[in-house]
Design a protein around this ligand. Structure first.
Ligand code: FES
Length: 349
């Protein structure tokens, strides 16, 4: 995860409280900023880091993020109200594992459920898939409070008109009356059942994606699983964690007070002391090691590393698959030590 100062090329108002920011990427940095649809970049605002999904397709050669101002979110408010075109921001290279495999030669059906700013990575995936898959059926179910709150509405309508045989967007409103009550209310288990009855045949679905608040992800993912879609074909991206990151560290009463840590990062090996009062990322940062991180809450995967020696206990994790765990991957921000020496490697992931 490398950071560079990038210039803001354009800022476009999407709704009263959201904007699309496009960055100018200098020619020499384009290879480093190559991304897969569904990935995010991290902004570093004087040490406060925030992840924002890219909403463009990798084929567009355009790097844009959509940001909704959230209550008490000083970074999102700054980006919405104070940032100007021409300003510079510290922006990481793209990261993240949300997305679906590309299958340009197959006829397949994809479902995406999004709420609010959860549309941003989904829009990137929609754009790229429509550009590359001639036979795809892509259904979008997107929920907002009212039509005025829909981020990228113009873009969604444009894609619908451009790909009428492939793209089927459906918008839902929680605070807006409609003639058809199917499209009123939150995306929840009940709504999912109605969608399956009236809009899409679940037997034809190959992959499903969900992006939005925690509660919606859990409810909809669960319903998709119950409807018969295998877990490995259900993809989700959490946008916020509801708990304090320290609360999701596992209880480990026998943790040693201090752990000696050997760290391999960018080809160099360094040492640090991991104090049990802190998470591993903060201990590495205290030791002057530029460990990659963003959310510090087990949702972004920036701090993924391989545990090569010693043992840790992982907290609740939304990212690592069973095979990652078998390969020894951990998330440094939500691990607790079990042994007094460990070795981790950020390069071999
Ligand atoms: S910093 Fe986000 S998962 Fe660890």
């Amino acid at each position: 995860m490398d950071f560079h100062k990038l210039q803001v090329k354009t800022i476009k108002k999407l709704t009263t409280n959201s904007v699309e920011i496009t960055f100018d990427i200098p020619e020499e940095l384009i290879p480093a900023y190559h991304f897969k649809s569904g990935q995010y970049i991290t902004l570093d605002m004087d040490g406060a880091r925030r992840d924002y999904s890219l909403c463009t397709s990798p084929l567009d050669k355009k790097w844009s993020i959509g940001i909704k101002a959230v209550s008490n979110g000083f970074v999102s408010h700054f980006l919405n109200s104070e940032l100007k075109e021409g300003d510079f921001l510290r922006v990481s290279t793209p990261n993240g594992r949300f997305g679906i495999p590309s299958k340009p030669n197959e006829k397949r059906t994809l479902l995406a459920f999004a709420a609010g700013s959860g549309i941003t990575p989904i829009l990137s995936i929609i754009r790229y898939t429509l550009q590359t898959e001639e036979w795809v059926n892509f259904y979008l179910f997107y929920s907002n409070k009212t039509p005025k709150d829909v981020m990228f509405l113009e873009e969604i309508e444009k894609l619908r008109d451009e790909y009428p045989k492939n793209f089927f967007p459906h918008l839902f409103y929680t605070q807006h009356k409609l003639e058809d009550w199917l499209f009123e209310g939150r995306l929840n288990a009940h709504k999912f059942e109605l969608i399956l009855n009236q809009l899409v045949d679940i037997n034809e679905v190959d992959e499903a994606m969900v992006c939005g608040p925690n509660e919606m992800i859990q409810e909809i993912s669960n319903e998709i699983l119950k409807a018969g879609i295998p877990k490995k074909h259900i993809h989700f991206e959490l946008f916020t964690i509801d708990s304090n990151p320290l609360d999701i560290l596992p209880e480990e009463l026998d943790s040693p007070d201090e752990v000696q840590v050997m760290v391999e990062l960018d080809g160099e090996v360094s040492e640090a002391i991991w104090n049990r009062e802190k998470n591993l990322i903060d201990s590495l940062l205290d030791a002057g090691i530029d460990a990659p991180y963003s959310c510090k809450g087990g949702i972004c995967s920036s701090c993924m590393c391989k545990l090569e020696e010693g043992e840790v206990v992982l907290g609740e994790n939304f990212i690592l698959t069973d095979s990652d765990i078998e390969e020894g991957m951990i998330l440094a921000c939500i691990s607790r030590p079990k042994t007094d020496k460990i070795k981790i490697n950020f390069d071999d992931v």
